[in-house]
Design a protein around this ligand. Sequence first.
Ligand code: SAM
Length: 211
Amino acid sequence: MRLRYVENAHELIEAHDRLLSKPEQYKESWSTLFKTEGPLYVEFGAGKGSFIINTAEKITDANFLAFERNAKVVSKSLTKLDEVDHDNFYIVCADVTNLNDIFRPHSVDRIYLNFSDPWPKDRHAKRRLTHAGFLEKYKTILTEGGEVHFKTDNDDLFAFSVEEFKENGWTLIVETTDLHNSPYVEGNVMTEYEEKFSSQGKNINKLIAKC
Ligand SMILES: C[S@@+](CC[C@H](N)C(=O)[O-])C[C@H]1O[C@@H](n2cnc3c(N)ncnc32)[C@H](O)[C@@H]1O
């Protein structure tokens, strides 16, 4: 383990060379963190990070950031981190609400949202990562033609999200309510939640939206 000391989850994150906790520091310089130039793909609400770790291993010519705000969840990525050799990714322990403090305008090429918290009550709708308020922020950080890739087991959240993207001027280039039985499954990298829900027989929804 490449750790100097471990007293709590935050210190653990500070001490690991694949984990970051103050993303605002890198707003002007994300690209200099990586060894090679390439498009920047980010995930918001990454959980333990296995999706980004596995995707970064497959797509070697892109650079990846996985954002997860819960430090205890991030600390659970450590076992996996010490098993990998590739270095085109970082896991960032931070909330993504203030995206304009973290990224320069039009500096992100792709956003992954995987099994985002559904916030089922109407009064909490603004907290959904596919709410119009977030979609506006995504437009400001995405490059022209940049994409949001969204997967969820939650059919109501998916229906809500499809409408939010369409009403806010995005083009849906992929839309399926049964990813695993669709042509879009080729090359699919499963997330931790996806493994759990699909093993229970739950259909998985997916969309790709272009801004
Ligand atoms: C349901 S889990 C899904 C985890 C993972 N993406 C997967 O598919 O296995 C959603 C995660 O998003 C994180 N999250 C929710 N809102 C967030 C935000 N505004 N910023 C960063 N992380 C967030 C939560 O802490 C939680 O770990």
